[in-house]
Design a protein around this ligand. Structure first.
Ligand code: AMP
Ligand code: MG
Length: 284
């Protein structure tokens, strides 16, 4: 059973299955959720409490030195898909002290001098934290593939390297939640148009976004290959229809809650004698 307007869990509903193709999924759909924008906003607010409670428990474990787990949310998607909105509206409801946010842009000269995973590995979340990757190592097989930034042999090698890396991270206690925000080409046009029309959104606009937009179908194919090669039991991909921002936020919130519920963090036991401290306080 799901919670609130969910007919099933977001996790089962959105996990990519074998032979999945992005072109087969309607980006404006709201899979698994019976509700509209209004109930979606209400559920988001309600479930924010659950997310926040679980995150606080996880963080408390880290402060007590007993955390053995972390969550890593990997966010991928075309420009304007809503990665920033997820950070603001979903992660925005938890204590920022416990969140490690990391954005990945084009690699620096130093990063390029290392293996593509070098800059990623060192930014994995510490135990007790929720890490968020706004873009990730997957760019190295997405833009890397589409723009031929590495040889075909190197691109080919990377899928296996990613699976090995994620298996190691998972074995170290990191629960990996991989999300692709699936946007339609028409919706992207509208969002880019809005960024151009509104002076308060110009800062979000990047002329290079049009260059990637022109390679839309190539990116689609590169994503399909990513799902085929790197959706593993330990770190499966979830494709979240993102034309409706309210749905995407709700779905990612549920995926995070499910990952934290798997960890099941507990309030750490006091490292002092509670009764004794009460007595001392009363006498002070
Ligand atoms: P944005 O997330 O829109 O601020 O832009 C970040 C840009 O960095 C995007 O155009 C990405 O394609 C690019 N980028 C991120 N990671 C890589 C990478 N590993 N190699 C090349 N370009 C990258
Ligand atoms: Mg961009």
């Amino acid at each position: 059973m799901g919670s609130h307007g969910w007919r099933t869990t977001a996790r089962t509903e959105l996990r990519v299955s074998r032979g999945f193709h992005l072109d087969d999924l309607d980006a404006s759909a709201t899979p698994g959720y019976d509700g509209d924008k209004k109930s979606g906003a209400k559920d988001l607010a309600l479930r924010a409490e659950r997310l926040s409670d679980l995150q606080e428990r996880l963080y408390a474990e880290s402060r007590a030195g007993v955390a053995r787990n972390a969550v890593l949310l990997v966010l991928q998607g075309m420009d304007t898909a809503g990665k920033g909105g997820i950070v603001r509206h979903v992660l925005g409801s938890v204590d920022p002290q416990g969140v490690q946010l990391q954005s990945f842009g084009a690699p620096s000269a130093e990063e390029l001098a290392h293996d593509f995973l070098w800059r990623i590995e060192r930014r994995l979340p510490k135990h007790g934290f929720i890490g968020v990757f706004d873009r990730s190592h997957y760019e190295d097989v997405l833009v890397g593939r589409v723009r031929e930034l590495a040889s075909p042999e190197e691109i080919e090698r990377r899928y296996g390297a990613i699976n090995d890396f994620e298996a190691r991270a998972a074995a170290s206690g990191i629960r990996i939640v991989k999300v692709m925000l699936h946007l339609s080409r028409d919706e992207q046009r509208e969002r880019l148009q809005e960024r151009l029309d509104r002076p308060d959104k110009h800062w979000k606009y990047n002329p290079g976004d049009i260059d990637d937009r022109e390679l839309w179908q190539e990116y689609r194919e590169a994503y399909d290959i990513v799902f085929e090669r790197t959706s593993t039991d330990i770190a499966p991909w979830h494709v979240v229809p993102a034309d409706r921002k309210w749905y995407a936020r709700l779905a990612v919130q549920e995926l995070l809650i499910a990952a934290l519920e798997d960890i099941d963090p507990q309030w750490p036991a006091a490292s002092f004698d509670v009764e004794e401290e009460k007595r001392r306080l009363a006498e002070s």
